[in-house]
Design a protein around this ligand. Structure first.
Ligand code: TEU
Ligand code: CA
Length: 555
């Protein structure tokens, strides 16, 4: 799939873009997107039925969260067969139809590649447990006793508890960075790596457009040395994988890398390194987590800090690599609830967030529902949650003496289930998501917040996203211009300039619930036509920005 770089106005430097540099990605979390058969769980035929919604939006590719065979301990991030579709999501024929139907709309399908670990029900792990002499034994990571307290190998799992669990069959301990039902693969084994490459080629030959690589920065781990992320062999494995699978193909790859920093990110995405197209980096997310209680005790958003993080990333990867741009995903709270205002200013703040993100350099990703400004779940009781991480930490933190109300407040802000409530398609029962009983509750606000309503509103969130996506396709300055942060210390105004050749784009947004004035210095008078709304903007220093008011004009 190749989208030629577009020509622009005279005087603009023309550059060739890879198709994924002008495209926008859209993440689908299948269980929560659209249910076609009334069992309460979203599925592949459901996705196919909604492809026109995505084609209208103008996206270039779908990142499809896992639909593979899985016992669903972690909603599909525990895979028991990489070449089979989970029957709750459909059949391989449905999957092939999804690839074809998407392609007919110029949309690529990007598969979630979860190869840091498998399910404990994967035949490899079953064989590994059953027989110490099996060739599959070494596909996993074993110890004959648990690590001593405080030794390097004494590592904590991401979902709580020790990363070592005893296998009742062989009596040994195996390593898992997530749930005990997600044993980590041993990437030092070349046979395992070859299996992964073969599987990737199998999917690429089927016509998928690339991969989102789950926790890929963990594959170089050395548990015995206490090394988990960013291990010494990580980049060698990624280059080897590229050579064996991606070389010569026009695919997009995005590696999830919680450990990525502005310093090491170019190691992944510099074109001459042949690893991945870009990484998902999380500096803008984790900077607002508590030092001790992490995501369960979030800090309020501090805009000067957040702006400076974005500016650092923009600078670090300009010309040296490539950025991904995102507010949310299936692990994170809803953008408008976390960074905007889900109440009175919901629509305006959702639009402001979209604008400031999409006009930066990089490939933007939209998480399902973000295009209509969907909000956090609003759950108040633990029995409303479904996520293994939330349920585990509820148990762990309460046992450690954390007050239940405090935990629930943290979960309400940051539980992964905030992003997993069903897509709100219409005001019909269950938001038009299912004819049955949804596996997780629909957000109560669906009668007023749904695709049907938002799309019908010319000033709604959807139409703004649509415009942003088209602008990126049409303007090289949005794809490749350099980035300069303005008013870095202003507590509410996010302001920056993009420049390429003679073209300069100015973006200013008031990210607060109060009206603010443009400061006397830093930005001179603004005159022009807003590229998003078409309205005339004319403002002097001192001029007023309403809450979440946003302007984007050519200078
Ligand atoms: O997420 C990696 C990951 O580290 C998150 O689980 C993270 O720890 C958490 O959201 C922060 O609290 C990836 C997938 O995106 C996630 O859905 C999976 O559960 C996880 O890997 C294991 O495959
Ligand atoms: Ca279904």
């Amino acid at each position: 799939m190749t989208i030629a770089s577009s020509s622009s106005q005279a005087g603009i430097i023309q550059r060739d873009s890879a198709w994924w540099q002008s495209a926008v990605g859209y993440q689908i979390y299948p269980a929560s997107f659209a249910d076609s058969n009334g069992d309460g769980i979203g599925d592949i035929p459901g996705i196919i039925a909604k492809l026109d919604h995505l084609a209208d939006l103008g996206i270039g590719f779908i990142w499809l969260s896992p639909v593979y065979a899985s016992p669903m301990v972690d909603n599909g991030y525990d895979i028991s067969d990489y070449r089979a579709i989970n029957p709750i999501f459909g059949t391989m024929a449905d999957m092939d139809r999804l690839i074809t139907e998407a392609r007919a709309r110029r949309i690529g399908i990007v598969m979630d590649l979860v190869v840091n670990h498998t399910s404990d029900q994967h035949p490899w792990f079953r064989a590994a447990r059953a027989d110490r002499g099996s060739p599959y034994r070494d596909y996993y990571i074993w110890r004959d006793q648990p690590p001593g307290k405080g030794t390097p190998a004494d590592i904590e799992a991401s979902f709580g508890g020790s990363a070592w669990s005893r296998d009742s069959k062989s009596g040994d301990w195996y390593f898992h960075l997530f749930a005990p039902q997600q044993p980590d693969l041993n990437w030092t084994n070349p046979a395992l790596r070859a299996e992964v490459h073969a599987m990737m080629n199998w999917w690429l030959d089927k016509g998928v457009s690339g991969f989102r690589m789950d926790v890929i920065d963990l594959i170089g781990k050395q548990p015995e040395n206490g090394i988990v992320a960013d291990g010494p062999e990580l980049h060698r494995y990624l280059r080897e994988m590229h050579e064996a699978t991606l070389a010569g193909r026009d695919a997009v790859t995005v590696g999830e890398a919680w450990s990525a920093t502005p310093q090491n990110a170019p190691l992944y995405s510099a074109p001459d390194r042949h690893e991945v197209s870009m990484v998902f980096q999380f500096g803008h997310v984790t900077q607002f987590w508590d030092e001790k209680l992490g995501k369960w005790k979030p800090k309020p958003i501090d805009w000067p800090r957040l702006k400076s993080t974005f500016a650092t990333w923009q600078g670090a990867l300009h010309g040296t690599g490539w950025n991904s741009l995102f507010w949310g995903n299936h692990d994170l709270p809803r953008a408008v609830s976390r960074y905007g205002d889900e109440g009175k200013h919901r629509v305006a703040s959702a639009k402001a967030l979209a604008t400031i993100l999409h006009l930066m350099e990089g490939t933007p990703y939209i998480y399902q529902g973000e295009e209509i400004g969907m909000t956090n779940a609003g759950f108040t009781r633990i029995d409303q949650y479904r996520d293994v991480e939330t349920l585990n930490f509820h148990r762990i933190q309460l046992a450690e003496g954390v007050d239940e109300a405090a935990f629930l407040a943290g979960a309400r802000a940051n539980s992964r289930d905030n992003a997993r409530t069903p897509m709100q398609w219409s005001g019909a029962a269950n938001a038009g998501f299912t004819q049955g009983t949804p596996w997780i509750s629909v957000n109560a606000n669906y009668p007023s917040l749904n695709v049907e309503r938002d799309r019908a509103d010319p000033d709604g969130v959807f139409q703004l996203y649509r415009r942003l996506i088209a602008l990126r396709r049409d303007h090289a300055v949005i794809r490749h211009g350099d980035f300069r942060l303005l008013l870095p210390d202003h507590p509410a105004l996010v302001a920056y300039q993009r420049r390429l050749g003679s073209e300069t784009l100015l973006v200013i947004a008031n990210m607060s619930r109060q009206a603010v004035n443009l400061p006397p210095s830093g930005i001179s008078a603004i005159h022009g036509r807003d590229i998003l709304t078409g309205r005339r903007v004319s403002m002097q220093p001192g001029g007023k920005f309403e809450p979440y008011e946003t302007v984007a004009i050519w200078l």
